[in-house]
Design a protein around this ligand. Sequence first.
Ligand code: HEC
Ligand code: HEC
Ligand code: HEC
Ligand code: HEC
Ligand code: HEC
Length: 479
Amino acid sequence: MAQEDARSGRLQGVMAFLFQNTFTKAGTVITTSSAISLLFFWAVELTSTHAIHPYLGILLFLILPGIFVGGLLLIPFGVWVRKRKARKQGEEVHVLPPLDLASKAFRRAAIVVGGLTFVNVLIVGVSAYRGIEYMDSTQFCGMTCHSVMAPEHTAYLDSPHVRVGCVGCHIGPGAGWFVKSKLSGLHQVWAVNLKTYQRPIPVPVESLRPARETCEQCHWPEKFHGDKLVVKTHFADDEANTPRQTVLMLRIGGQSNGRYEGIHGRHLDVEAPISYQTVDPKRQVIPVVTVGSRAGTPLEFRTEDAPAALGERRTMDCVDCHNRPTHKMYLPEKAVDMAMAQGRISTRVPYIHRQAVEALKAAKGDSGQALAQIASSLDTFYASQYAEFHKAEKALLATTIQEVQKIWSRNVFPQMNVTWGTYPENIGHEEAPGCFRCHDGNHKTKDGRVIASECDTCHSILAQDETDPKILKDLGIKN
Ligand code: HEC
Ligand code: HEC
Ligand code: HEC
Ligand code: HEC
Ligand code: HEC
């Protein structure tokens, strides 16, 4: 009997505290219901094998915890309002029993307040942790900024880094990067909501730019060495779509036994760093290059037309060459070559290399319009020029058209003004200046030294646009 009385007394005290006015009432209802929802969702999430839906993620990890904390804050606010009101009327209100360890009322209140505080801290702590984790997830990056980052997200899904989260590259190691990323993230969410972002997103990116230390968490120069055989397959614009191959031996190089060699060695030597100055924000025109030296004076290479006013000096790192390690956007020729080399587009379709490239380049307008134009351009060509093939190979033609449409959707994003060639890659020299921004034979020191530009500086060309190159047979590699 006595025990029951004590329990109901305790309950009454808590109730009186929580329901003292509208604010505390509202706070109690909000806190309790959001806490129950949170616990329920966490339980569902723990036991479910499916990834949660992105919008549910926002509700679950960001909005609900926000409501919970809001409700929690309403309670002390309500107490404060009540106290102020009472004080105005000359009354003194005691919300909690006075501090006295011997008093039963005080101990009772301490246990209740302590218990509730513990539960609340636990919920807020878990929520904050899950919220940060969620904001770092690829799902969140790709979705919150949905249409804005669609080009990068699409390219990423088709890259070797697809298991590396966005934050794996855009956020470096350590506390400094953590703070930087959260500030920048806030700024970006702001920009997306106010639609103040630029289309296309300008590069090089200023904040959250991956740097050497980010890449070197997983790749490092000590690990690179030797040469790499690269085989490129191109298809001719003839009826048979004749395949031709270029075989290069690339001098990847690296650091070994304290020596820096080849592509990865020479530009990454921290004791003799290479730095450069540009004239354009995209860093495509580089008139001045400086090479540090262990011996002392650095060497400066300049083009003849280098202007007096130059941009900031940058020390070269991975991203100056690998500017698209995971957001590669292909030009039509290259994309069609790749699809054909992988067998997604069949060489059996006459002139398909030429026709696909033509259809891709001609497609205009929004995605619906462009995809329809691609389909009708190809269909019309085969109906008029290859009527029999068109009739006999309906299924092949349909999948071919689908594959060509996929190439368009993978590389062109009208809503972000991203089209063919918007984001050139700095590796190589075929589609953009790339390596030739410096290795073009025009950068000279005062005494006439030139940055190397001979063709075998970076690769030996073992075959160039050959059908069935002999070298591949000799090496035992077929097609
Ligand atoms: C392997 C590393 C890597 C990963 C993983 C990665 N990025 Fe990038 N990202 C880069 C680099 C490098 C750049 C180009 C930087 C430059 O040119 O300044 C870049 C540029 C961008 C840009 C600027 C616009 C552009 O196209 O260059 C956006 C937006 C972007 N990334 C979003 C994302 C999103 C979203 C994800 C996850 C879905 C992601 N990134 C994953 C390395 C990465
Ligand atoms: C969290 C680890 C991680 C980080 C960070 C990372 N990478 Fe990678 N990278 C990988 C993995 C895994 C692969 C795939 C390896 C494979 O296919 O053999 C890869 C592959 C590559 C490749 C080969 C691509 C190809 O087409 O074969 C390049 C180039 C590359 N990364 C450059 C970079 C650059 C530049 C950065 C920094 C902007 C970077 N990576 C950051 C893990 C990482
Ligand atoms: C001077 C330009 C340049 C710089 C700087 C550079 N790379 Fe590379 N990297 C290349 C080229 C060129 C290739 C070969 C591309 C190919 O395979 O087609 C390559 C290849 C790679 C590969 C794939 C290697 C393989 O064997 O397939 C990885 C990974 C890579 N680089 C990572 C890095 C990282 C990390 C850094 C910075 C520490 C870096 N690179 C700096 C030009 C550069
Ligand atoms: C910002 C300018 C710059 C860019 C861009 C650049 N390099 Fe270099 N590279 C240099 C300089 C400077 C040297 C040192 C030249 C010297 O010592 O004569 C060098 C040296 C080299 C060497 C060593 C040559 C030797 O004789 O040992 C190779 C190989 C090389 N670069 C390949 C590349 C490749 C491949 C790319 C493009 C992916 C590239 N570089 C992009 C500036 C650049
Ligand atoms: C500074 C380094 C460098 C120099 C100098 C250089 N190349 Fe290259 N070259 C590259 C790189 C890097 C690639 C790209 C490899 C890749 O995409 O994987 C490349 C690719 C190529 C390709 C293949 C293109 C394709 O997609 O089929 C050819 C052909 C080629 N180079 C020819 C030449 C010739 C000819 C010269 C001399 C005039 C030359 N290169 C000078 C670095 C260089």
